[in-house]
Design a binder for this molecule. Structure first.
Ligand code: FAD
Length: 327
């Protein structure tokens, strides 16, 4: 594979902005959600159309240059950015069009779930999406896509009816049950690398506008009781009820209001990362200071979607208390 670190190369037919090392905005554009990732693409190609994506794919293939696709940048391994290669940045392709009559949304490949939810909810519609509004549709939907509505409506990929795709040979194709059915099959849960999805067409469902949702926080020592309770509760809960459990520890530097150098979090990822160097983030993240056991917090979240016959169950709080007492 070509090492393009010192090469100057063009992207014929590319109509978007190109950012190279040293350009204003380059460092911000190469950051991803995971603050420990520090990769320096030779060029960040901010795509505005499927033609731009095809131009980036073609140059990467013809000149044997590594290519990464930046959707929402939430992939924990940082595969959105590549050292010394081309990063095809889809964040500028984030349009969401809703057809309320057909109950279909066409969503460009760089959109984030917050924008998708806001657009579909204007029509009282929704589709299973990311639990965090900052997550991109690209990596999430292609990797199946688990979210609050999944028990009622399936994973995000179950609701993918059609995809507009740029393939590795630079062709622009449709993948659906009727066209390129094999590709369509692969896109629904197989992850990236089958092609670059420039637009997702998603089936929508009536949801809301009234939802019952919330987050309950428990001390970590209650984890065993809470997990046992949740296991039993969710098995018999109606499909409209969704939930999740997260272990939240205080050691994560990204939760601080300032990082170790005193820099406030970056505006693009306010709750997620520091805008200081990845080295500082890494060192803040290292577990040098032992934490007392049980110092974390256990958070359980429960959503009840009022899209059908749902009636709220007894609250999780009252039942966990009863369950704890019984043990
Ligand atoms: C805080 C947080 C919360 C999360 N919550 C959830 C959740 O609720 N449910 C869930 O299912 N997952 C969740 N995830 C996991 C998340 O879905 C994956 O990390 C996903 O890959 C993120 O997609 P992205 O587009 O933002 O990431 P990126 O880092 O941009 O992309 C990840 C990979 O997908 C590929 N890709 C992205 N867009 C496209 C595209 N348009 N066409 C082809 N390939 C593409 C990229 O090449 C890359 O390899 C969460 C992750 C984080 C960090």
């Amino acid at each position: 594979m070509a090492d393009v670190r010192t090469m100057e190369f063009e992207l014929p037919g590319f109509g978007g902005e190109l950012l190279r090392p040293g350009d204003p905005g380059y460092d911000d554009a190469r950051t991803v959600f995971n603050g420990m990732i520090d990769r320096r693409p030779a060029v960040i190609a901010r795509c505005t159309s499927a033609d731009d994506v095809a131009a980036a794919v073609n140059v990467a293939r013809e000149q044997d240059i590594a290519l990464s696709i930046y959707g929402g940048g939430h992939g924990v391994n940082g595969s959105a950015v590549v050292d010394a290669g081309i990063c095809a940045d889809l964040r500028t392709m984030n349009r969401v069009d809703v057809d309320p009559d057909q109950r279909i949304a066409r969503v460009e490949g760089g959109a984030k779930w917050g924008a998708i939810d806001a657009s579909t909810q204007e029509h009282g519609l929704a589709v299973t999406g990311g639990r965090m509004s900052d997550t991109g549709i690209g990596g999430l939907a292609l990797g199946s896509g688990s979210g609050w509505l999944e028990r009622k409506f399936g994973f995000a990929c179950d609701n993918l009816v059609k995809a507009e795709v740029v393939t590795a040979d630079g062709r622009q194709v449709i993948a659906s049950e009727d066209e390129n059915a094999d590709l369509y099959w692969g896109l629904r849960g197989g992850g990236g690398n089958f092609g670059v999805v420039t637009a997702f067409h998603l089936r929508l469902h009536p949801v809301g506008p009234i939802l019952l949702a919330g987050q309950l926080m428990y001390p970590a020592p209650m984890a065993g009781d809470l997990l046992r309770f949740y296991r039993d509760f969710i098995v018999s809960a109606p499909d409209e009820v969704c939930g999740g459990i997260a272990f939240i520890t205080p050691s994560c530097p990204t939760r601080r209001s300032t990082c170790s150098s005193g820099t406030p979090p970056s505006p693009s990822h306010p709750s997620a990362r520091c805008s200081c160097s990845p080295e500082a983030a890494r060192s803040a993240a290292s577990p040098r200071t032992p934490r007392p056991s049980g110092s974390g917090t256990l958070s359980g979240t429960c959503t009840i979607s009022r899209c059908g016959t749902t009636r709220p169950k007894p609250t999780a709080t009252s039942r966990i208390r009863a369950s704890s007492r019984a043990r």
